[in-house]
Design a protein around this ligand. Structure first.
Ligand SMILES: [Zn+2]
Length: 485
């Protein structure tokens, strides 16, 4: 074999070996949160192969954080690298919110991105690198960095209801659409919404490589936008219980974020399916996780259609606290039955974790509430103490892992006050404690200790069927009050 032939053979071998290794690398999982079955798996690997994304290291595990918003700074880095440019090193930053000494990498990519005209000029010399990128900004960043044919598509009709030809990002958005890079959602582009790191990765991969592009559907210029319109008013208002609450395009937590609500904001609820409330968001259909909406019926009773889980404590083999022939489990069930009847009379949908003398575990009770898509959870108990002088009512709420602390406290206060007033109990107040059944639920969840089995005065009420009616009525009215303001 001649020397030349040997070297050719060697080259072939090297290419073959390289191909085997690179295809294996291509198929392997890089990030714990991007499995090979994920829709963006190939695109994200493609970008990682080219050093365009790195992801994060968390406790020794590499993650990409697919569903976090992509920031302006991250976007600058990805497109500068993706389009084959180098960072632009400067000694004096063009922006007062980026210091090239402490953040040299960020500075380099942002300076380059601005020099290429990928972003609009920024006011007050603030680039806001850690602010999420909007979809409108994205269109300009991607279309400009990858030199899409902007002028050609500027004469084409917009496929999006919310983008007219005088929209500042019109030509960029059209270029993305007609190049198969973005198709919007349900006929809209939502230029003011943020996008996730996954979505931005898909757009960059499509811009870089035609293998990833979408099939472009023809747009009929005569055909006005067809999108679902939301009814203006409905019978139920949802009031946001937290800030920064996502309104999504579909009833799942991976769909596009089309808006945000802050605590106290109110929207009309069209219907509820599982955890998701279909709402009128600025005239369009949107979806909000109902755990973060206080649902307020606009006609009839305040609890109409509300899903309320009552949890009579203990049961079966577990009597709870006991005094003579009296057991907590029976008192709790008797009072819960009263609450149930009254709520149901008002049109609420009530589920009980136990209807008889059975023992669901604490986890069973939590699972039960989730299975029924509970909007509220009220656990009913009786207290005891070594001192017979301890007496009165107290109500607990949990703050662990709970964004709805304010709602929990409001519900606990309403119930506690009603019991104290109606059953003439000593007020021991509303307290925080991470009891199992309330700490594992984000919807408003409280645990009521009606009174002390170890105190004679409390005991005489707890075991009296007339007083059990009073306790039950007080809890019922506490719930109604909670929904009344
Ligand atoms: Zn108990």
């Amino acid at each position: 074999m001649s020397l030349k032939k040997t070297s050719i053979l060697f080259s072939f071998l090297a290419i073959a070996i390289f191909a085997i290794f690179s295809s294996e690398a291509y198929a392997s999982q890089r990030f714990a949160d991007v499995p090979s079955t994920h829709e963006a798996f190939h695109q994200i690997n493609y970008l990682e192969d080219r050093g365009i994304i790195e992801g994060y290291s968390e406790n020794g595990t590499r993650v990409f954080k697919l569903y976090q918003h992509v920031t302006r700074g991250q976007a600058a880095k990805m497109v500068v690298l993706g389009a084959g440019y180098k960072p632009l090193k400067v000694t004096q930053s063009s922006f007062i919110d980026i210091d090239p000494k402490t953040e040299p990498e960020l500075s380099g990519y942002v300076e380059r991105a601005m020099s290429l005209g990928l972003f609009n000029e920024v006011p007050d010399k603030r680039f806001k690198p850690h602010t999420p990128l909007t979809r409108g900004e994205m269109s300009k960043v991607v279309a400009t960095a990858f030199k899409l044919d902007l002028e050609e598509y500027a004469s084409y009709p917009s496929p999006f209801c919310d983008i007219t030809s005088d929209h500042p990002y019109f030509k960029y958005i059209n270029a993305l659409y007609y190049n198969g890079i973005s198709q919007g959602s349900k006929g809209k582009f939502n230029p003011d919404s943020y996008l996730t790191r996954m979505q931005f990765s898909l757009f960059v991969a499509r811009a870089m490589d035609k293998q990833f592009r979408l099939t472009v559907k023809p747009v009929n210029a005569q055909n006005p936008c067809q999108h679902q319109t939301a009814p203006e008013k409905t019978d139920t208002i949802g009031r946001a219980t937290v800030n920064n609450l996502n309104v999504r395009s579909e009833a799942n937590d991976r769909s596009e974020i089309i808006g945000k609500l802050n605590r106290g904001d109110e929207i009309y609820v069209i219907s509820i399916d599982g955890w998701w409330a279909k709402v009128n968001y600025q005239g369009s259909i949107g979806y909000v996780h109902k755990t973060y909406l206080k649902l307020l019926s606009q006609s009839g009773s305040k609890v109409k259609n509300r899903i309320i889980v009552l949890d009579p404590g203990h049961g079966g083999k577990d009597p709870g606290t006991v005094k003579g022939k009296y057991a907590e489990k029976r008192i709790a069930l008797a009072v819960a039955n009263v609450v149930k009847r009254k709520l149901e009379n008002d049109g609420a949908i009530v589920y009980m974790t136990r209807e008889g003398d059975t023992y669901p575990t604490l986890q069973d009770r939590v699972d039960f509430a989730h299975k029924h898509y509970a909007e509220m959870f009220v656990s009913i108990h009786v207290n005891s103490a070594s001192s017979s002088s301890a007496k009165g009512t107290e109500t607990y709420y949990s703050i662990s892992a709970n964004d709805n602390e304010l709602e929990d406290r409001a519900l606990a206060t309403n119930i506690n006050n009603e019991i104290v007033k109606q059953a003439n109990m000593q007020n021991r107040g509303v307290k925080r404690a991470d009891y199992y059944v309330i700490r594992h639920s984000v919807f408003p969840s409280v645990l009521v200790e009606l009174g002390f089995i170890t105190n004679n005065e409390d005991l005489s009420k707890l075991v009296n069927s007339n007083y059990q009616q009073v306790f039950g009525n007080a809890i019922y009215q506490g719930i109604v009050h909670y929904y009344s303001n």
